[in-house]
Design a protein around this ligand. Structure first.
Ligand code: NOJ
Length: 536
């Protein structure tokens, strides 16, 4: 492996997003848990998939109105996932496989069952009243026009104390008042608590909504489909006070070795994301472009370029193909050869410049499950949108083997297994050197060997027209050229700008037969082939 001592792991490493509830169930109750995850660390670690960190979806005590994103105690583990001792064991075992553990912190809001909120709502004089956002009615109506992301007003009336409280999501998820210094202190204590227990960083849920404008003005209107989208969110989001709080958080993180904070931004603007990245802010902000871009090389390239441009001054890119809120890649792109597109996605994720986040199951090309309306468990939205399908589709249990419980559980899984698990599972893909999983493993290994792939500049070789995509990655004397054929046909591609007089060797190809060459700046690709060439 090329040495890169001064590059932090979060820039060079690969992060795996483990949706704990669906990953591995050790107790037989049908719900994934921490001991189950610990048992599967070998699969993820350096002798397995080879990831450098795992981000766990929320595991804290929660009434699960929003599956863990409604936290009732930030410093305890929900008994369904295990205990603090189970967590400590995970944190002990993970580094033995070269894995760091990251947690998911939902600090914009707590659960309405959190003792802080129970106190806050109990009386206007309660010392914790101001820990949440309480406002008087405006002419008998909510204090302003703000909407909830999940539909309906962002305000709920509390008869007992005759005020509204603010909630950007469900009424069961009241927004914390970040303007109150005691709240900030309590939340920083939570961060310290987990850092002291050995975690190496956090994913921050909707961090740019932490602060609201202190005067609570109406948001101005804009065009959009849902009521939430028909407002410009200039007063309930992205307030200037964010920066002081991020600096405080960063100072705390930096007092622990190699800790990371990656933020989930509400809104998709890369220039807005860039403002939150830097040495006294976040390390990274998620880039969700590939979860919604047309699946064409030109569109994907344009989006990658936009983020590259936006983050040029400060910040480091990252890529996501899917997550627990969004359809899985192969379900979204809906092509006839899902494995081929899973490989194309893997190649983009692992060879573009930036930190890759792999959503569990993507590495075997898992697809979304289909549910009837009465099978949907994900509550947000159901009340408001008649055609809402929920987000359960992408949360189905990990497919480990072809057994009745897919190796996920011996009990009844909390969500149905995908029927494909009989033939699309980890066990059979480990035995098949041409499987999607084997391709992921090879790519990650190649990335480990190549400083160009991990750290190099990104230089597109062409515009992504004609169904092919090519780019160069260059770090010091090392170079890697990546070529992808998005078409189901053979493709001959001219690589505009490929450095001349370099001898290239094919380090990896996704098709069984080819050992392509980059002769004279041209490459011939088989249908859907991905190939990576290294300068010899
Ligand atoms: C974003 C999370 O990814 C999503 O699952 C959750 O419902 C909302 N934030 C609210 O916490």
């Amino acid at each position: 492996m090329s040495a890169a001592p001064d590059w932090p792991w979060w820039k060079t490493g690969v992060v795996y997003h483990a949706y704990v509830r669906s990953f591995a169930d050790s107790s037989g109750d049908g719900i994934g848990d921490l001991p189950g995850l610990t048992e599967r660390l070998d699969y993820l670690g350096e002798d397995g998939l080879g990831v450098d960190a795992i981000w766990l979806s929320p595991i804290f005590t929660s009434p699960d109105k929003d599956f863990g994103y409604d936290v009732a105690d930030y410093c305890t583990i929900d008994p369904r996932y295990g205990s603090l001792a189970d967590f400590d064991r995970l944190v002990q075992e993970a580094p033995r496989r070269g894995i760091r553990v990251l947690l998911d912190l939902a600090f914009n809001h707590s659960s309405s069952q959190h003792p802080w909120f129970l106190e806050s709502r109990s009386s206007p004089d309660n010392p914790k009243r101001d820990w949440y956002i309480w406002r008087h009615a405006r002419n008998g109506r909510p204090p302003n026009n703000w909407q909830s992301v999940f539909g309906g007003r962002a305000w709920t009336w509390e008869e007992q104390t005759r005020q509204f409280y603010h909630h950007l999501f469900l009424p069961d998820q009241p927004d914390l008042n970040w303007r109150n210094p005691e709240v900030r202190r309590a939340l920083m204590d939570v961060v310290r608590f987990w850092l002291d227990r050995g975690v190496q960083g956090f994913r921050l849920d909707v961090f740019n909504a932490w602060y609201e404008h202190p005067q609570y003005p109406d948001n101005p209107p804009k065009l959009g489909l849902r009521a939430y989208d028909r407002q410009a969110h200039i007063y309930d989001m992205d307030q200037p006070e964010m920066f002081e709080s991020l600096a405080e958080l960063r100072t705390l993180l930096d007092s622990y070795p190699e800790s990371l904070a990656v933020g989930e931004l509400l809104g998709r603007d890369p220039y807005c994301a860039a403002r939150y990245c830097g040495d006294d802010k976040l390390h990274m902000v998620f880039n969700f472009e590939f979860t919604e871009s047309p699946w064409s090389p030109r569109a994907l390239l344009n989006r990658a370029r936009r983020w590259e441009d936006a983050l040029r001054e400060t910040g480091w890119p990252c890529y996501v193909l899917a997550n627990h809120d969004l359809p899985r890649l192969v379900s979204r792109v809906r092509r006839s050869d899902p494995d081929a597109h899973a490989r194309l996605g893997a190649a983009l994720l692992l060879t573009l410049r930036g930190t890759p986040f792999i959503y569990y199951g993507e590495e075997i090309g898992m697809a979304d499950i289909r549910l009837s309306r009465d099978q949907i468990l994900d509550p947000p939205g159901l009340r408001y949108f008649p055609f809402y399908k929920g987000r359960d589709g992408c949360r189905s249990p990990m497919q480990w083997d072809d057994s009745a419980g897919a190796g996920f559980t011996t009990g009844r899984p909390w969500l149905p297994l995908h029927p494909e698990h009989r033939w699309r599972n980890v066990l059979c893909q480990l035995q098949d050197s041409h499987s999607v999983l084997s391709f992921y493993r090879s790519l990650i290994r190649l990335r480990r060997r190549s400083a160009a792939l991990r750290q190099g500049d990104f230089l597109p070789l062409g515009t992504g027209s004609r169904g092919g995509l090519a780019y160069l990655r260059r770090f010091a004397a090392e170079q890697a050229a990546v070529v992808l054929n998005f078409t189901p046909s053979n493709l001959r591609l001219r690589l505009e700008g490929l450095p001349a007089s370099v001898r290239w060797t094919c380090a990896l190809s996704s098709t069984q037969e080819s050992e392509g060459s980059l002769d004279g700046g041209q490459v011939s690709l088989e249908p859907h082939e991905v190939a990576v060439f290294l300068a010899a």
